[in-house]
Design a protein around this ligand. Structure first.
Ligand SMILES: Cc1ncc(C[n+]2csc(CCOP(=O)(O)OP(=O)(O)O)c2C)c(N)n1
Ligand SMILES: [Mg+2]
Length: 666
């Protein structure tokens, strides 16, 4: 425990700073304190709904932000109002954000501090706390790769350090030697949970040892200590990129949020920390040393209060969002103008796996800001050898082996995107995406809608059964993501499509999940155009044309259906969706209207599958054109078994002929 029990303030502060800097720091702390005091009044009047107080913790936000350069990114948490005010965001704009106004940073789409702004180089949190630690890694990686000499600072509470994201992010930052300042605000509680129930070591800073990382413990209620120590550490980080873990000892003086109170906090503790208030104690020190006068305090407080009231008036006069479903839908993805690049006339007969490699290679050559990250993707070339030889061509900085940490790597991809780069993240197997699920569905997917920040990340997903790999290396898990607005899903079935679609996915600034069927990797061949070409996302392909019925499918299903149609010489429309999100509804409707009978075929187990959703769509849109119920065929609702016979029993392939017969005979 840090000794905060000083009565002699000179001894406590050990000042080495100029008068102007001291006054600047004081005023910077006064501003958020007075905003908060105003917010507490508004809260009591029922004029705002929720407030997470940072009263008593201001020295940390202000000290760190004042020591950072303006062009350096800061990733704050819910108690870091001082970060936003020290970066001089206009008060009305902050208030408009909190009031859900159209002119707020999220246009009313997200609350409180859940926003970022490139204008101020601030990247706000998502509620899940931990993910931004990995995002900071990605931003710092971009700084390092671009030799900007900039550091990145990210905040977490001590509660947030219990999340896996914390461990993953620190480990990656250390292994990659990234210029990140990890700031833990240890304020005694995570909601009602005291530190004794949160972790079982003396200091959280000690964890740095396990990551091979430098660490410091800093009195978070001493603005001079925070500012001077952090300034020195940042100078070092900028000159010699490396991560540093800081544990700020402080205390949460109010409830987790105002409504929840502090009943569970012993009075002595509250009293103890009240006496160590970072603002009033510093004020006393400045007064005692004749650096400021009580008239100054009064005058500055009045000025700030006026600014706050003016800001509130301006914000209150602003309009609430007026919108339509169409307008909201048009802001889920960053608009992207697809510019078609036609394929070369020369081709090569390639397997799916080679075509994907080709597409990735062409993209790496085109975009020098594109970084590939994944387990074993460097010299080893990835477990499917798709990036084999890439290190020799593009270097280890752009073809990055990662520790086993799917969350941190997806988050790092997000961070690269925030810093203006592009990322391809390879899941070793699509099944393992569950370990990176949170940042995909909550961070990448929602980022553009929340604050118009693109997530320029492609997640490659080697998926699918038929390879006898059992429950954890065989899933076709596109449906896990299909329900999440903000993601694009591509699922090619042929080598030529895979190459063009992968290139288009990388061009697209939005997050794309790119499914690659492992059983097709080395079993299907195609004449694949050489060089760089793209295929627009959201366009299905008619593989076979017929009149009697339609089969709609994607991935391996295309090959099962094609084989059956050719063997039996059937008169069937076979539609390969190629992209699931956005989906080509027009092609579906056109074909179903023509044939009047439709089977939606999927490799996934049927319940809750993409096929089920397509079937519902067809029933609603094409009802009067149907001559039979919309039929679906998928795998059985069990985990995917390992043994070949069991796997065949699981998959729908062997039931296709019979199901189609039933449809045709209806
Ligand atoms: C993944 C996740 N689990 C739980 C919560 C609910 N929650 C929000 S803040 C919080 C406490 C955080 O404690 P700490 O990290 O110490 O930050 P502090 O609030 O003390 O500043 C909890 C439990 C959440 N937002 N996200
Ligand atoms: Mg806490």
């Amino acid at each position: 425990m840090i000794d905060t029990n000083h009565t002699n303030l000179d001894q406590l502060y050990k000042n080495t700073l100029d008068k102007e800097v001291l006054i600047g720091l004081y005023k910077k702390m006064l501003l958020p304190r007075l905003i908060e005091e105003k917010m507490l009044i508004l809260l009591r009047q029922g004029r705002i709904s929720k407030w997470f107080s940072g009263i008593g913790q201001e020295a940390i936000s202000i000290g760190v932000t004042a020591a950072m350069h303006k062009e350096e990114y800061i990733l704050p948490m819910h108690r870091n109002l001082g970060v936003f005010t020290t970066r001089e965001i206009p008060l009305w704009k902050l208030f408009a954000q909190w009031q859900g106004k159209a002119d707020g940073f999220t246009k009313g789409r997200d609350r409180s501090f859940h926003f970022g702004t490139q204008d101020y180089n601030i990247v706000g949190m998502i509620s899940h706390l931990g993910p931004q630690l990995g995002v900071a890694d990605g931003i710092a990686l971009a700084q390092k790769l671009n030799n900007t000499g900039r550091a990145t600072a990210v905040f977490t509470g001590e509660g947030g350090t219990s999340e896996g994201d914390f461990h993953e992010a620190l480990n990656v930052a250390s292994v990659w030697n990234l210029p990140v300042l990890f700031c833990i605000e240890n304020n005694g509680y995570g909601l009602s949970t005291p530190t004794t129930e949160q972790y079982n070591c003396e200091n959280l800073a000690d964890r740095a040892l396990g990551y091979g990382m430098e660490s410091h413990i800093i009195d978070g209620n001493n603005i001079i200590e925070v500012y001077t120590k952090i300034a020195a550490i940042l100078k070092d980080i900028r000159e010699n990129p490396h991560p540093v873990l800081i544990e700020f000892k402080t205390f949460r003086r109010r409830g987790h949020e105002e409504a929840s109170g502090t009943k569970y906090v012993p009075d002595e503790l509250l009293k103890y920390w009240e006496q160590r208030d970072p603002l009033t104690r510093f004020e006393q020190y400045l007064l005692e040393n004749n650096i400021i006068t009580s008239d100054n305090v009064l005058e500055w407080s009045e000025e700030i209060k006026k600014d706050i009231n003016d800001g509130l008036d301006t914000a209150s006069a602003k309009a609430l969002p007026k919108t339509t479903p169409e307008q909201e839908l048009s802001d889920v993805f960053k608009s992207h103008h697809f510019e078609s690049v036609a394929p070369d006339n020369s081709t090569q007969n390639l397997r799916l796996v080679d075509a994907i490699k080709d597409g990735l290679d062409a993209s790496m050559a085109k975009y020098d800001n594109l970084v590939i990250m994944g387990q074993d993707v460097a010299e080893y070339g990835g477990v499917f050898k798709i990036t084999d030889g890439f290190v020799a061509k593009y270097g280890r900085e752009r073809v990055r082996n990662t520790p086993i940490c799917e969350s941190a790597i997806v988050e790092a991809g997000m961070g690269l995107s925030i810093a203006g780069m592009k990322a391809v993240v390879e899941m070793q197997f699509a099944d393992f995406v569950s370990s990176g699920f949170n940042p995909i569905v909550n961070y990448l997917a929602k980022s553009y809608y929340r604050w118009n920040q693109q997530a320029d990340v492609v997640v490659r997903m080697p998926c699918g059964a038929g390879v006898g790999a059992g429950p954890f290396h065989s899933q076709s898990n596109e449906a896990w993501f299909y329900t999440v607005p903000g993601l694009k899903i591509v699922y090619p079935s042929s080598p030529a499509d895979a190459k063009g679609l992968l290139i288009a996915s990388i061009e697209d600034p939005n997050p794309v999940l790119f499914f690659e069927h492992k059983a097709l990797y080395r079993s299907v061949y195609d004449d694949v155009p050489n060089g760089y070409y793209n295929i627009e996302l959201g366009k299905a392909l008619t593989i076979r044309s017929g009149e009697q019925a339609t089969i709609i499918t994607f991935g391996a299903g295309v090959h099962w259906a094609k084989q059956l149609i050719d063997e039996e010489k059937l008169d069937i429309d076979l539609i390969d969706l190629r992209t699931l999100l956005p989906i080509d509804n027009e092609s579906i409707i056109t074909s179903v209207k023509k044939t009047g009978k439709v089977l939606v075929l999927t490799e996934d187990n049927l319940t809750g599958s993409v096929a089920s959703d397509i079937a519902a769509f067809i029933s609603e849109e094409c009802f009067e054109f149907l001559d039979a119920p919309v039929m679906r065929l998928g795998s059985i609702d069990t985990p995917i078994p390992f043994e070949k016979g069991l796997e065949d029993n699981y998959l729908p392939k062997n039931k296709l002929k019979e199901k189609l017969k039933k449809l045709l005979n209806y």
